[in-house]
Design a protein around this ligand. Sequence first.
Ligand code: LCS
Length: 393
Amino acid sequence: MDHQKSGFNSKLVHGTGSKDPLGSAVTPIYQTSTFAFESADHGAQCFSGKSSGYIYTRIGNPTIEDLEKTVALLENGFGGIGTSSGMGAVTTVYMTYLGAGSHIVSHEAVYGPSRVVLETILKRFGVEATFIDTSDLDLLKESIQANTKLIYLETPANPTMTIADISAISAIAHEKGIPVCVDNTFCSPYLQSPLDLGADIVLHSMTKFINGHADIVGGIIVAKREVDYKALRSTMIIMGCNMDPHQAYLARRGLKTLAIRIDRAQENCIKVASWLEKHPKVTKLKYPGLPSHPQYELGKKQMRGPGAMISFELSGGLEAGKTLMNNVHLALLAVSLGGIETLIQHPASMTHSKMSKESKEKAGITDGLVRLSIGIEEAEDIIADLDHALSRI
Ligand code: LCS
């Protein structure tokens, strides 16, 4: 059977269809740091690339490879590169395409550390970054410089839920020969296919929807072309951002139920967002599944569903937000997202706290903004929990 052609859920369950030599139904955990060669010549051939044998787990490992190949299949890419965390994936991409004297254009509201690493560590190494509202395509064109080496998008963006037009931006970037990377964490491969829309590289924090069970931290990069795949893998290996086999095993297990988890969480999210939007204490709710989202039509065009993340503001600002967060009982007051449990958090003081006050203001990460990651519990229970907590304001 050609697994390239099977449906999404079949790909989730069976991956590339590779069989374990001992018949194990799941890919076992090869918990080993190193692999013995058959001979000195075989070892040399593995290093020179003439033989495809495993060498050392930082370089490659069968458990990690099964996950990498499956996610690459789901993203329609050439190959996947597992990383220690989502930030391991982000920094591997930056370190591959950027260097002293180069420039990156990024969205102004991306996951806090994805921005802060450019403004601090990479700045020290001579990398220049421009953060813009990527929904303004004229501004994007104006922001591209002769030394721009990468356009970095996160869509929908964390936490503002702003949507970037992947096809339009890729077309602009490619006219200038600039690669485009999309952080697809909020959608997962189930809801959005950035490589099919024109991007060159896609990455995920697998800590979120791909694993889905709040029990590992991990990341992955998928490149559309072999040349990018090889460059990215080489950076990951040298920088040591590799996954651990046990972490890869759990991510592969979580991935099997990605579609049924997201279907369920999204169904809940539509109910919660519709209810919240009508609540008298809620202002400025942003959810791609509701026509009130400023880029509702774009979302419908490039995403196969609106997902399970909501951001909103309360009329009472920060104090009201704190009261809400301190009074939920079902939802966990915790960062992270994309798991089976509903989570609530405050981006300005938590996930995006390292961003400067000015950057946060410009990006729309106000003190009153609250972010919800909707889980797979009963929608009625999530609503009742929020209703009770909102009544305390
Ligand atoms: N990209 C996005 C869009 C993210 O939301 C995160 C983490 C990362 C990359 C980094 O992934 P990690 O290294 O944590 O696996 N986002 C988090 C959040 O919103 N709350 O806690 C972590």
